[in-house]
Design a protein. Sequence first.
Length: 310
Amino acid sequence: MINPLKRIWEGARIGGAATVALAGTATVALAAEPEPWAVNLQPAATDVMSDIHAFSNFTLWIIVPIVALVTILLGIVIVRFNARANPTPSRTSHNTLIEVLWTVLPILILVAIAIPSFRLLYKELVVPPADLTVKATGYQWAWGYEYTDDAYAGISFDSYMLSDEDRAKRIAAGASEASLPRLLAADYDVVVPAGKIVRVQVTSTDVIHSFAMPAFGVKVDAIPGRLNETWFKAEEPGVYYGQCSELCGKDHAFMPIVIRVVTDEQFAAWADAAKEDVDEANKLLAGLIAKQRPLAARDGEAGNLEVAAR
């Protein structure tokens, strides 16, 4: 039994990794934000999220046969054992074979699910040595960010959702509407380098919030008086959107999380400038991305940079 299950798991994982590759070759926007009428998980932008996709596909191969079997059995019971078709019901109260099967088979199924589940939980919870640490603090109702490494000391800012008026002003100033998704765009983005391990320390000053980034496979509670942590390694540059995923009060729906993933060179330039002035650093970063866009367009990567320029 183990070999077929292992083959299903490996096939599902390869499918999840292919999602990352397709997201990179087409456009990171597919992994950046919720899509209208989407019924599946967001495309993976990290290895952890790729494994979450694989685990979802793996369990689907188990759930579908169970549902089909139960549906067929219910149909048989309804047709063959109703009062009209079976006026004299059986008095049988026990069946050793059936009782053994419905005890052993669920145990085997749970073991088959538990092995990759524990492996995935371990991968999510054990933070590898980090290249960068960002502290995220939840407020009513916004996020505050601080880069805690000595190399980036002094970089901190609060991030608020753009109101409809602010969005309108930016669009009127030349920004594209697609680059400022309503209820998801913020006035300040978290900037991190692509391909680097980022540790995120999460806490709160008032009520319980939850730091969630679906494309990264990240979700961790922000609890007052406690410092939780998670991590991610974004593979491709772009802008990724998340939200507070804990019912934290009347403005719960209006505290988005925006993470801008850039190249190492762009991040280094931004970080040096952000130590003195975050606004100037953001202007510098926008200029660097704008300069790179024509080069990428010639290489067939315009889609990626259109997202990265947000």
